[in-house]
Design a protein around this ligand. Sequence first.
Ligand SMILES: Cc1cc2nc3c(=O)[nH]c(=O)nc-3n(C[C@H](O)[C@H](O)[C@H](O)COP(=O)(O)OP(=O)(O)OC[C@H]3O[C@@H](n4cnc5c(N)ncnc54)[C@H](O)[C@@H]3O)c2cc1C
Length: 385
Amino acid sequence: MSETSPSALTVLQEHELVLQQEVRRFADEQIRPLVHDADQQAKLPEEALKALFEMGLMGVEIPEELGGAGMEFFSAALVIEELARVDPAVAVVADVQNTLINNILLLKGNDAQKKEWCPRLAENTVGAFALSEADAGSDAFALKARAVADGDDYKISGNKMWITNGIEAGLYIVFANIDPDAGYKGITAFLVPRDAAGLTIGKKEDKLGIRASSTVELILEDVRVPRSAIIGEPGKGYKIAIEALNEGRIGIGAQMVGLAQGALDAAVSYAKERKQFGRSISEFQGVQFALAEMAIEVEAARLMVYNACRLRDGGKPFVQQAAMAKWFTAEVAERTASRAVDLFGGYGFSKDYPVEKFYRDAKIGKIYEGTAFMQLNTVAKNLLK
Ligand SMILES: Cc1cc2nc3c(=O)[nH]c(=O)nc-3n(C[C@H](O)[C@H](O)[C@H](O)COP(=O)(O)OP(=O)(O)OC[C@H]3O[C@@H](n4cnc5c(N)ncnc54)[C@H](O)[C@@H]3O)c2cc1C
């Protein structure tokens, strides 16, 4: 999509339009050439990560005095959308950093924690969010990781699973229980640096999609951290996790919108180029209607994400809109990518064209940061309360 989409023109403010254009150009020029090999090798290219930091895309909401870009949550969502239009795997690296890690520090960290970590997160340090475990997914608060007080320190032990950015991270926000008898009210969030003794990276997942984004097991064996590593209050980690994921979901919505737009753009270009029966396939009304339906759905999905962002930035209730946006955008991403593959015919099935990757990448939208069913649970609960 070289033109600004109509929804962007009606909804975005001037500085947001500038950001959108800059990130679009950056993604096209610096990320696009790396996408195919990064996916095949299942490895985030170092130059991509370096460029994300240099562009200021890893500290979008971090205040300028702490080294960040000092923008709003909506800006972070625009960044994620534009990155995902080119590579949803690169987008999720920036998504976890901005909407989970930076967000938790900014909203729940104390001054010392912000001063220590925010400048690094904006400049060169990747963050990872370590909540899930083998037996604690949708039921995340069934987590078994334990943190035991030991003098002025805590010793954390447990195995975390599915940790995005796990390989590249220099900082992990780890959720562990300090008082299992208190159930989920014992869950506490800890800042754990990569070089903490006893922290190791386990199995790296070999995934269907977003392959360049690392997803790993994190093993913690008596990892000693000072009491000052606790974010917020002891026993309030469950609240931190819920609140971060409520916002993070909007980021995943933005990732799905970007993905869908990328697939649609590719399908439009291809339909104009590809000739059958002596003319461009874009001249067939069946193809035109397919493209039109795809565009309508992407537009609706985008507006849901933008609306959730505006509500969040405006300090209004947004949890229902975030859950709806995450659910709907994941549907739209999967459907749009699938139809793009159809429109490419046999070439859509080949790794020489981008749509088969979008199709694989789309599936994650219904899984992480709350499955599609968990979003429906939230929406239904809010409707019926
Ligand atoms: C690529 C990838 C990256 C990830 N990154 C991170 C990360 O950075 N940090 C992190 O902490 N976690 C991460 N996760 C974990 C992710 O959040 C979980 O996979 C997700 O929450 C689902 O948990 P689960 O896989 O255990 O599935 P389960 O919870 O076992 O779900 C299995 C099925 O049961 C359904 N189900 C479960 N409970 C209910 C219910 N109450 N009602 C209706 N249906 C239900 C689910 O919808 C699903 O269809 C990642 C996962 C993946 C695949």
